[in-house]
Design a protein around this ligand. Structure first.
Ligand code: ZN
Length: 447
């Protein structure tokens, strides 16, 4: 990978700068502000918008910027030419910008080739994209792999356009350059890895995909503040072509990935959704199901399908990685999806924070999901001797007493703490506390 991807390592975290800890943000306001700061940037699958986005993330975590040259073959795909846009507009004969990229970057068909022309409304119309079902919103449309140009606008605005002599300008460049992505490795006590991935290729939209970037950045900060068991690898990649490129360049190290998930659409007020990995019953699938089932909030657990975001690549049969997808309302299921209405009003600080809390709860499970073996497996040990019996007989056992009995009974080296928590239907915190107490009392040993 080092031969091909040009790494730009400009650690811009300095001691003097006060770095906001997004993971410590109980209200979600800092996460929301992160989305606000990223919102105006015109992103695509390549170009300066992606670089600017990675630079902003680097204010929080020491992300490495990787640059992969256009034209590189990656499995069945080719790294595309780099796209950058300076300006784009449609002017009427009075010289007024009736459609203006500078007002909203969604107005430009993403990856439009450059054009300067004058034309009639009829000549212009094949290049105009609207959504008649949502007539006041600008739809988000792309043309990454077909060389064309176009503008996106509210359907009602199109209906109001009159015959005129229009001036069209797309001041963009499309040529040899690089595909840019960000990567962060947080070293753990083992070389086994957890892969966290989010896409960074959408222009001004918030739930898809700034929310995923915000929560991934906060999780990286959380992990940088602890000494994790696993090594964590964070990928901030353009959708599809970015994950394909990373997998092509890192095929040799993919075997280290033991768990992972994709984060996308995690800032809307809808309930949490977890989409299982292709294998369907991996530890990460079970940890997420357990976290969502333990909390009282509504949620949905979906089976894997080969339609969605970068899980399609990670879960392609040649890799078949244990990687699920974390969402709130799934992509395509909210009306605002891929439109100008996926804006700063649609994502909520409390929803961002709620997602982050559940992500951290799931990470806590995989970090601490150990196997133990009882030191005294013949009949129950006498807990009072070890200071682990609550005292009075006759009272119904509390959760902690139950957790002690469950962990003692099930710790035969074959059941992990998650197996025990699922079977006992007790909270992860209680099971973990019981395992610590029994381990300190010398009654169980990790196996
Ligand atoms: Zn999208």
């Amino acid at each position: 990978m080092d031969d091909i991807a040009r790494h730009v390592d400009l650690a811009n975290l300095t001691d003097e700068e006060e770095v906001v800890d997004l993971s410590a943000d109980e209200s979600g306001q800092a996460l929301y502000q992160f989305v606000v700061d990223m919102y105006p940037i015109c992103r695509s699958i390549t170009g300066d918008g992606v670089r600017r986005t990675i630079d902003l993330i680097r204010n929080y975590i020491p992300l490495t910027t990787c640059e992969v040259p256009s034209g590189l073959q990656v499995f069945d795909w080719t790294v595309p030419p780099e796209w950058n846009v300076r300006d784009a507009y449609i002017k009427n004969s009075a010289g007024e910008r009736v459609v203006d990229f500078k007002r909203s970057n969604l107005h430009l068909l993403n990856y439009s080739v450059p054009v300067r022309a004058r034309m009639t409304l009829d000549e212009l119309k094949p290049h105009l994209y609207t959504d008649p079902e949502k007539p006041d919103w600008i739809p988000y449309r792309t043309s990454y792999y077909k060389a064309t140009w176009g503008f996106c606008l509210p359907h009602n605005q199109l209906l109001a356009m009159r015959e005129d002599d229009y001036e069209v300008c797309v001041d963009a460049s499309l040529g040899p350059g690089h595909l840019t992505y960000g990567e962060l490795r947080v070293p753990g006590r083992t070389s086994e890895e957890v892969l966290i991935s989010c896409h960074i290729c959408h222009p001004s939209m918030c739930n898809d995909n700034l929310s995923g970037i915000a929560v991934a950045t906060a999780l990286a900060q959380h992990l940088c503040n602890m000494e994790p068991r696993y090594t964590y690898r964070f990928l901030f990649v353009p959708g599809t072509i970015g994950s394909i490129t990373w997998l092509a360049l890192n095929e040799a190290r993919v075997g280290r990935v033991k768990h992972g998930f994709v984060l996308t659409c995690v800032g809307d007020p809808g309930p949490m959704t977890y989409k299982r990995s292709r294998r369907g019953n991996t530890e990460i699938d079970r940890a997420w199901s357990y976290v969502l089932e333990q909390c009282a909030d509504p949620h949905e657990i979906q089976d894997f399908s080969p339609y969605g975001y970068d899980e399609r690549q990670y879960c392609s049969p040649g890799f078949d990685l244990p990687i699920g997808t974390v969402m709130r309302t799934p992509f395509g299921k909210f009306a605002e999806y891929h439109s100008s209405a996926d804006n700063l009003d649609f994502v909520r600080p409390d929803a961002l924070r709620d997602t982050l809390s559940k992500v951290i709860a799931t990470i806590d499970i995989i970090e601490n999901n150990m196997y133990y073996r009882s030191v005294k497996p013949f009949c129950e040990p006498r807990l009072g001797i070890y200071g682990l019996y609550s005292g009075l007989g006759g009272l119904a056992a509390g959760d902690f007493q139950l957790a002690l009995l469950w962990v003692l009974n099930m710790s035969d080296g074959e059941n992990s703490l998650l197996d025990i928590a699922e079977r006992a239907r007790l909270s992860w915190g209680t099971i973990k506390k019981a395992a610590v107490a029994l381990s300190e009392a010398g009654l169980i040993r990790s196996s």
